[in-house]
Design a protein around this ligand. Structure first.
Ligand code: FEO
Length: 171
């Protein structure tokens, strides 16, 4: 495997695990604020991010490459409104999209068609994640100021359940 493609793929394991950490910190904030539905939503999001890390890890193993696990940064954000974690979430997902694009660009430069195909799932996933993050912001802006509506939104997010992403299913 091309060295740059390898390094970006290996780094992405760390970035996805950081995403899991970041979203756990969002869940902690909402838990402390009494919005257990939002906390549930971000706990599940953290599980998905861990899964994303495993998908990159598995891909390196399948290609006979060594995995190098790196130190995970500490999430350091503090929040002063229910909206802030949602906005930070969208910003973070846009950043992750840019990272996936960077890996894709490196794979194109290296004529690594296999990695380009592997990244297709993540390209679709990032569209979905940005869309969902944007939707959560919109709903909070529209309804978050009303206690009853916020209660209902919280109930909606409490119903989110974990499901194994398709690249990991069947393993
Ligand atoms: Fe692993 Fe939210 O992107």
């Amino acid at each position: 495997m091309d060295k740059k493609v390898y390094e970006l793929l290996n780094d992405q394991i760390n970035k996805e695990l950081y995403s899991a950490y970041l979203y756990l910190s969002f869940a902690d904030y909402y838990e402390e604020e009494g919005l257990d539905g939002y906390a549930n939503w971000y706990e599940i999001q953290a599980q998905e991010e861990r899964d994303h890390a495993l998908i990159f890890r598995n891909y390196l193993h399948e290609n006979g490459e060594k995995v190098k696990l790196l130190a995970i940064d500490q999430p350091d954000k503090t929040f002063s409104s229910y909206l802030e974690p949602l906005e930070a979430g969208l910003e973070h997902e846009k950043y992750v999209t840019s990272l996936i694009n960077d890996i894709y660009a490196a794979a194109v430069a290296a004529n690594d068609y296999r990695t380009q195909q592997f990244l297709g799932w993540f390209i679709d996933e990032q569209l979905e994640e940005e869309d969902t993050a944007d939707d959560m912001i919109t709903k909070m802006k529209l309804f978050g100021g009303d206690a009853r509506s916020l209660f209902e939104l919280n109930q909606e997010y409490a119903s989110r359940t974990y499901s194994v992403p398709s690249p990991l299913a069947g393993e």
